[in-house]
Ligand binder design. Structure first.
Ligand SMILES: Cc1ncc(COP(=O)(O)O)c(C=O)c1O
Length: 352
């Protein structure tokens, strides 16, 4: 396939703004910090997944799909944006989400789970080890009923989804060139890896010297993330028609900022959310963007960046995730211990 001729539907408000963060820069006594506002992509409550969905939905539309089948964590932003994209394009959506037990359905509908419900998504919650089987069965049932379902796996971290973040890098380059800036680092959160794979490919393809740094969400170790992103880059280069040499040294991942598991809260993440809100009036989320901001803050404090360097923080969205975390966020800074670290919807909650 050729990158410039991929199937694509317009879902996002692009380009997203690139803004300077002078008060955060001052508070951290750090390098010049900018933010790329992918929380303002516009679909549902915004976020990075819309970029992936422009290409994946383009393919689904081309295949005349009438149902999207996908899955991820109980409070997944991917599921929120996919459900919104599907509805906007006149399709139905079946979500297979993982939770502490099969059939988990809390009384209190909050955060992304509420948004999934409001989108009219058909929701099944299962243990993580059952998700693949249940997604496959859902596909079969829909086909047997005469539908044309289209399945998206790995939170859209598939080669076509990766194209969305190659495009993000291209867009950022245009903004940098317009302002005469030289950017040294691009810091973001890495989960299923599609965002980082696309940014790294973009940084190489457009011959930049930007170093892409990913901070994990707690679901993978650094080694596991690096291997996963490496594989995805390999597949995507072939699929998108890029002839580039990308090595393991290009894949920079930090795994110490997310806490002990996916969705677990830490004081460093709560601090990152508060600092950003209090210095710049921008809200981060407790699962994803707070991990990469905690990483950026720590690297500033350790003197990793030079004062004259320029760092762009990619805000990948996730804002709906703030509300289910009100208890630990309120506890932060009060001198009290966190009320909980394992979210009740986490598969790990069943094991405690
Ligand atoms: C808000 C937010 N940021 C970052 C990510 C990570 O993106 P990726 O899964 O492409 O690594 C996600 C993924 O769910 C997300 O929802």
């Amino acid at each position: 396939m050729d990158f410039l001729n991929l199937p694509r539907v317009k879902l996002a408000n692009l380009p997203t703004p690139l803004q300077e963060l002078p008060r955060l820069t001052e508070a951290l006594n750090g390098p010049r910090i900018y933010i790329k506002r992918d929380d303002l992509t516009g679909l549902a409550l915004g976020g990075n997944k819309t970029r992936k969905l422009e290409y994946l939905m383009g393919d689904a539309v081309r295949q005349k799909a009438d149902y999207i089948v996908t899955g991820a964590g109980f409070h997944s932003n991917w599921c929120t944006q996919t459900a919104a994209a599907a509805r906007k394009l006149g399709m139905k959506v079946a979500l297979v989400k993982f939770g502490p037990k099969d059939g988990y359905d809390p009384e209190d509908y909050d955060g992304n789970h509420l948004l999934h419900f409001l989108s009219g998504a058909e929701i099944q919650v299962v243990r993580p080890e059952h998700t693949q089987k249940v997604e496959e069965e859902t596909m079969e049932k829909l086909k047997a009923a005469g539908h044309r379902p289209y399945r998206m796996v790995d939170a859209g971290s598939m080669p076509l989804g990766v194209a969305g973040h190659v495009n993000c890098l291209l867009e950022l380059m245009g903004q940098i060139v317009d302002r005469g800036l030289k950017v040294d680092y691009l810091v973001h959160t890495s989960g299923s890896g599609g965002t980082q794979a696309g940014l790294i490919i973009g940084a190489k393809a457009f011959n930049t010297t930007i170093k892409v740094i990913g901070s994990t969400t707690g679901s993978r170790s650094r080694e596991n993330s690096t291997a996963n992103i490496g594989n995805l880059i390999g597949e995507s280069l072939k699929c998108l028609g890029f002839d580039l040499k990308i090595t393991e040294e290009d894949i920079v991942v930090y795994d110490q900022y997310a806490g002990e598991g996916y969705g677990f809260m830490t004081e460093a993440k709560a601090e990152a959310i508060k600092i950003m809100a209090e210095t710049e009036g921008i809200f981060l989320d407790p699962v994803y963007t707070s991990s990469s901001m905690a990483c950026l803050i720590d690297l500033c404090r350790k003197g990793f960046f030079k004062r004259e360097e320029v760092v762009v923080f990619l805000h990948t969205g996730g804002i709906a995730g703030l509300f289910p975390y009100k208890a630990p966020l309120k506890a932060y800074g009060s001198g009290k211990a966190f009320p909980w670290t394992i979210p009740p919807w986490s598969p790990a909650a069943a094991e405690t």
